[in-house]
Design a protein around this ligand. Structure first.
Ligand SMILES: Nc1nc2c(c(=O)[nH]1)N[C@H]1C(S)=C(S)[C@@H](COP(=O)(O)O)O[C@H]1N2
Ligand SMILES: [Mo]
Length: 167
């Protein structure tokens, strides 16, 4: 093999490995007031890691999906996620790929047992349909309490990071 050719292969391999050090779609980064860390100051869950966690479901209609169709959302309950990272705090600052962010109080985790969904009717959520992660409340079950702009705004989709805040 020519030296220049093997050098260019080496270059491509180097670029590939360095690119893998950057965040990928489906990576979920949790930081802030957490006891368990696996990546600098935070906990990095790749899409594969997420898929290995215990799955839960919320079945509900939403104002973003087909009217009248009860969607089967699958994902990981916040309770389980917060246990995994050893979260201690009062607020979850949720951020999305599009730089939208919203605060969700821990009391919602207790009261509504909310879900970080990555599947809808069995299909993985793509970025174009709310993926990689979409916060879901049991909207039909608590319609009177949750049918408000405050809770609509907490239904953040395209989630990619969470900061646990102790205030
Ligand atoms: N990723 C992301 N999620 C988001 C938003 C956003 O801009 N980006 N807007 C929030 C707000 S403020 C509301 S009221 C609802 C809006 O949903 P709609 O744009 O379908 O009406 O989604 C919430 N989730
Ligand atoms: Mo909103």
């Amino acid at each position: 093999m020519h030296k220049s050719k093997s050098l260019s292969i080496l270059f491509i391999v180097a670029v590939f490995f360095s690119a893998s050090a950057f965040a990928k779609i489906g990576d979920l980064y949790i930081d802030g007031d957490i006891a368990n860390k696996n990546n600098n100051d935070g906990y990095l869950l790749t899409a594969d890691d997420f898929n290995k966690l215990k799955k839960s479901h919320i079945k509900t209609t939403t104002s973003w999906t087909e009217p009248g169709h009860v969607v089967d959302f699958e994902g990981v309950k916040f309770k389980d996620l917060l246990t995994l990272v050893g979260a201690h705090g009062k607020t979850l600052r949720m951020r999305a790929l599009n730089d939208y962010w919203v605060d969700i109080p821990f009391s919602d985790v207790e009261q509504y047992d909310i879900l970080l969904a990555n599947k809808m009717d069995g299909n993985p959520l793509k970025v174009r349909d709310f993926g990689p992660y979409f916060v879901i409340y049991p909207l039909d079950e608590f319609y009177d309490k949750l049918n408000s702009p405050t809770y609509q705004a907490r239904h953040i989709w395209q989630v990619d990071s969470i900061t646990v805040i102790d205030k």
